[in-house]
Design a protein around this ligand. Structure first.
Ligand SMILES: Nc1ncnc2c1ncn2[C@@H]1O[C@H](COP(=O)(O)OP(=O)(O)OP(=O)(O)O)[C@@H](O)[C@H]1O
Ligand SMILES: [Mg+2]
Length: 306
């Protein structure tokens, strides 16, 4: 594992102590929650006993009440019947997608389970887990990985895979991969892999890497910024027409990064950021992306002081 924060670094000793608690790992995608849970289970349980003693489930299993009642309950109860005290794990991935009613049932199961069965719940949003469950667990908050950690891990992989990256262009490549990842190490690794398989690494074409990941290439972004600065909404619209496979989330991120370069008063800047939040929300609710994004640019232009 690339280390997370202090809490996560201490997790190892904590988790392998004799009285480990039930645990919740919460945090953004691709930061090591599932990996950590599996590492804990694999460290604590011998290989030959793994399948008997570890129950790994994800949201598609646990949305069904009958499944939770039958499968989890019988896994947990086996011990009670056999008087068996070996350590067992129930790993519930994507636990924030478990419906509230099923969580209530789960809560009863967790309450009644004997002390050798440990639940590990993994989720992106802890506020979707009901309080009675949260209060029975030790909560570990995973965070997006820093640029330093992401680059460190990518270099480790590049090294193991014996990829040849010219030194002069190395920094640019890692900058791009980190930017695309936004702190999600899985995304960073997948983008690296995609770049290798499309043979973009040899050419080290960061723009192509940006494009296949659904971002604007730098040239288009530059043109767009010039058009915005010139308050030329006509040019903005025609640039929109040439952007292939526009991903609105990514677009907003790229604009957000560059907004500091524009001449915008602090108060307007704050309003603009709030507006970007609204646009992001509307798109997530199914509004037309192109209209929303052009409205966003329109707003940016409005706030530029001349
Ligand atoms: N902290 C980390 N250290 C090392 N590798 C990591 C780390 N975080 C993520 N990875 C890499 O990314 C992949 C995905 O990580 P993992 O499945 O643990 O993420 P997750 O936090 O469970 O994400 P999700 O919320 O999407 O389920 C791992 O297989 C590993 O290659
Ligand atoms: Mg996961």
């Amino acid at each position: 594992m690339v280390s997370q924060n202090i809490a996560i670094n201490n997790l190892k000793e904590f988790a392998l102590s004799n009285n480990m608690p039930h645990m919740i790992f919460a945090g953004p995608a691709g930061t090591g929650k599932t990996s950590t849970a599996l590492i804990i289970a694999k460290t604590a349980i011998k290989k030959q006993n793994y399948y008997a003693n570890v129950l790994e489930l994800n949201a598609s299993d646990t949305v069904r009440m009958d499944f939770v009642r039958s499968v989890i309950k019988s896994f947990v109860n086996q011990n009670l019947m056999l008087g068996d005290s070996t350590l067992k794990f129930v790993i519930l991935d994507e636990a924030d997608n478990i419906p509230n009613q099923v969580q209530q049932a789960l809560r009863r199961i967790i309450e009644k389970t004997s002390s050798n069965v440990k639940f590990i719940l993994l989720c992106n949003y802890i506020n979707k887990i009901i309080d009675p469950i949260v209060s029975r667990c030790a909560v570990f908050r995973f965070t997006n990985l820093s640029k330093k950690k992401i680059v460190e891990r990518l270099k480790f992989i590049v090294n193991k895979e014996k990829l040849q990256i010219p030194q002069t262009r190395e920094n640019k490549l890692y900058d791009t991969l980190y930017f695309i990842s936004g702190g999600d190490l899985r995304k960073a690794i997948n983008t690296l892999q995609m770049s290798v398989s499309l043979e973009l690494i040899d050419k080290l074409d960061s723009n192509e890497i940006l494009k296949i990941s659904g971002f604007m290439d730098e040239e288009t972004l530059e043109k767009l910024m010039v058009a915005i600065n010139a308050k030329d909404i006509g040019e903005v619209k025609s640039l929109f027409d040439i952007i292939e496979s526009l991903d609105s989330r990514n677009f907003i991120r790229q604009i957000l990064e560059r907004i500091g370069d524009l001449n915008i008063q602090p108060n307007d800047y704050n309003n603009l950021i709030a507006f970007m939040g609204d646009v992001d929300y509307r798109i997530s609710q199914g509004a037309d992306e192109k209209i929303q994004l052009i409205a966003l640019i329109g707003q940016v232009i409005r706030y530029i002081s001349s």
